[in-house]
Design a protein around this ligand. Sequence first.
Ligand code: FES
Ligand code: FES
Length: 159
Amino acid sequence: MSETIRFILNGSPVTLDTEADRTLLWVLRTDLELTGAKYGCGAGLCGSCTVVVDGAAVRSCLTSLGGVEGKDVTTIEGLAQSGELHPLQEAFRKLGGFQCGYCTPGMIMNAYALLLKGPSPGRDAIVQGMESNLCRCSAYTRIVEAIETAAAELGGSHE
Ligand code: FES
Ligand code: FES
C-alpha cells in the first residue's frame, strides 16, 4: 500500500508516494535516478550502498524508505558544492583511491560519516572505521591515504 514519505535528500525536500517497505537503495537508484550508491551484496556486508542518514553511515540496501521519513539523507551526489568536489572526492581522485570505482561512493560516504564523528582521526581509527567497506580491487592503502589527506585538509572544519 502506498504511503506519503517525506525526507530531505542532499539538502532538498523530497516527497514520494510509494510503499514504505521498499529499500532506500532501490528508491534512490530508480525513482530518484541517483545511481551513485551501488548494489553490491544486498545483504549489508560490503558497504557499496552506503549513504549518510542524520550524520551516520547506513547501508541503504538494508534501510527501508519508511526508515528515513523526516530524516536528512546525503548521498555521494550531494557532496560536491557549487561545482567543487568535496575534499574527500578530490583526495580519492588525486591519490587514485580506487581501481574499478564500484566501491568508491560507499567508501567516500562512510569516510564522510567518519569525519563527521571526529574530524581528525588517526590512521588506526580510519582503518578501523573503514574495515567493513570492501574493495574487490584491494585499493585499501590508497583509500586510507586519501582519507588521511582529506582529513588533514579539512582540519576540523568538515562540512
Ligand atoms: S549492497 Fe549494501 S552492504 Fe552490500
Ligand atoms: S575500486 Fe574496484 S571495488 Fe574498490
